[in-house]
Every structure is written in structure tokens, then in C-alpha cells.
Ligand binder design. Structure first.
Ligand SMILES: C[S@@+](CC[C@H](N)C(=O)[O-])C[C@H]1O[C@@H](n2cnc3c(N)ncnc32)[C@H](O)[C@@H]1O
Length: 270
């Protein structure tokens, strides 16, 4: 399929108008390859034909958004980083905030948010809250149900698996106790308003498709959304280029902290 610059511009404008999502903030190569492949899978002959179809009903738009970004995930993805979170970061955070306010930004179908819920419940029990957000409605619907497949749970340590997961009709179901800590909602990280006062923000394997400008802005907005002393946890290939300039201190690779004013407990502890 041949697509001109003006066809892309028209499609991006139509998507922005219908969904609020600005596709100019994604790296064009991967994004456009993905959109062309979606159009071809639906046998559309031109981008404008596909664009009209994709935006003609909320069902079609949900289909489009579901395929726009890869939503691969799994429980305890990169287990060594979760161990660092458990052993080095969470003990510091619960010292100053016994009820943590956490955000899994770009949560897909919830594996990251459920992993955090299991770790908190088992090691730091308390009335913690975790919100998971994404643009993908289908993924969020699955997250709300706490359903996972065999591949999602393959890295779950045995003690967590036996305490929090049950196999039912070929699927793994998360223990309902975790649901009390979790909330899932739609949110576009590239446009929507952010809540604030977070102790911990996880944003992992989400920004890979974003332009450098979009990433820098997002990390600045996360900084504003964190409490002083709060921590941003990013994906294992996603170091922040402008961490110091933005105000973060890099505490452990892939964990960035908003410094506290005055009595800084992290520094006192280390
Ligand atoms: C690869 S998944 C990452 C899931 C999880 N964080 C992890 O590391 O396993 C990327 C997710 O980012 C979401 N995403 C992409 N663009 C987004 C945006 N502008 N706002 C919110 N979520 C977005 C996608 O829908 C997808 O579910």
C-alpha cells in the first residue's frame, strides 16, 4: 500500500479528533508499518478507506487502538528488577508512606500491577492502592478480571503462585484479595491529565515507540506526579537521558527518585 505524507497527516488528524491520541508523538517508522499491516489485514486498498472504517464505530476504534501498540507483558517481567524493588526500594518507601499510592502507567492487561500487588501484600501488608492505566480498552477489560495465561505466569515464584493464583478452566485467575488494591482505567499518557502524590510510578516497556520529545515530556510530567521521595521505575532498556536535568536522582539502574527537601531518608539509610 502506497501512502502519501498528506494521507498520513489526514489519518493522524482524524485519530486525534476521535480519540485525543496524537500519533505525531510516536516514532513514525514502526507506527506506520503497523497501521499499514492493520489496513491490509482488513483488505482495505488505501489508508483513507481504512481510516474511515477504523474510526466509524467505537468497536472498530477499540480494535485499532488495541493493535496500535504491542501489549505484550507477563507477571514478574525482569524478575531481578522486582527483587531490587522489594529489597531496596519498597522498604524505603513504606517508611515514610505506610499506605503507598502507586501507578502502573501503560499497564496493558495488568500483569505489572498484579505483580506489584502480590509483592506488597506478601511483604508489606497494608492498605496500598495501585492504579493501572492504558489506552487499550480490551487489555484493561482483561486486567479488571485478573486473567492470565500459562506464558504470563511462567516466571512467578512458587510462593506467590500458590498464594495468589488459581488455575480455572485453563486460565490463571488472580486471587480476589488483590482486586481490593487495584483499579484500572483508560488514560492517554500523551495527553490526559495526571493524578499526583504518587509514591511509586511504574512505566516499563511503554515509551519504546514514543519520540524523544514525547519521552522527555512524559518523564517531566511523572516527576510532577511523584511525591517528594517518590520513585519512578522504568523498563530495562529505558534509561532517562535527562534524569538530572529533570530533577531525578538515579538511585539504582532503572529507578529514579524525586528528592525530598530537608530530611532525606533514602540518603540517611544508605
Ligand atoms: C508492551 S506493553 C507494557 C506493559 C507493561 N508495562 C510491561 O512492561 O509488561 C505497552 C503498553 O503501552 C500502552 N500504550 C501505548 N501508548 C500509550 C499511551 N499513549 N497512553 C497509555 N498507554 C499507552 C499500550 O496500549 C500497551 O498496553
Amino acid at each position: 500500500m502506497q501512502v502519501s505524507e498528506s494521507d498520513w497527516a489526514a489519518h493522524y488528524a482524524a485519530v486525534k479528533q476521535k480519540t485525543g491520541l496524537d500519533l505525531n508523538q510516536y516514532k513514525p517508522n514502526q507506527l506506520q508499518r503497523r497501521i499499514v499491516s492493520m489496513a491490509e489485514s482488513k483488505q482495505h486498498k488505501s489508508l483513507s478507506e481504512f481510516s474511515s472504517w477504523a474510526l466509524s464505530s467505537s468497536e472498530n476504534t477499540a480494535w485499532f487502538l488495541d493493535r496500535l501498540a504491542i501489549n505484550v507483558s507477563e507477571l514478574f517481567r525482569n524478575p531481578e528488577k522486582w527483587e531490587e524493588l522489594r529489597l531496596k526500594v519498597l522498604p524505603q518507601l513504606v517508611k515514610t508512606s505506610p499506605r503507598l499510592k502507586c501507578w502502573s502507567a501503560g499497564c496493558s492487561y495488568g500483569a505489572e500491577a498484579y505483580t506489584l500487588a502480590m509483592i506488597l501484600d506478601r511483604n508489606f501488608p497494608g492498605a496500598h492502592r495501585i492504579v493501572g492505566t492504558d489506552i487499550d480498552q480490551a487489555a484493561l477489560a482483561q486486567a479488571k478480571e485478573g486473567r492470565f495465561n500459562d506464558s504470563d505466569v511462567k516466571g512467578v515464584p512458587n510462593e506467590y503462585r500458590s498464594q495468589y493464583l488459581t488455575k480455572l478452566d485453563g486460565e490463571w485467575r488472580a486471587n480476589r484479595k488483590l482486586a481490593a488494591m487495584l483499579e484500572f482505567k483508560t488514560q492517554n499518557l500523551l495527553g490526559d491529565r495526571f493524578d499526583s502524590g504518587f509514591d511509586l510510578i511504574l512505566c516499563r516497556n511503554v515509551v519504546i515507540y514514543f519520540t524523544d520529545e514525547a519521552k522527555d515530556l512524559l518523564y517531566r510530567r511523572f516527576f510532577q506526579a511523584l511525591k517528594p521521595g517518590g520513585v519512578l521505575f522504568v523498563g530495562s532498556t529505558e534509561r532517562l537521558g535527562k534524569a538530572q536535568e529533570t530533577g531525578y536522582e538515579s538511585i539504582i539502574p532503572f529507578f529514579y527518585r524525586k528528592p525530598m527537601i530537608g530530611n532525606d531518608t533514602w540518603r540517611n539509610a544508605s
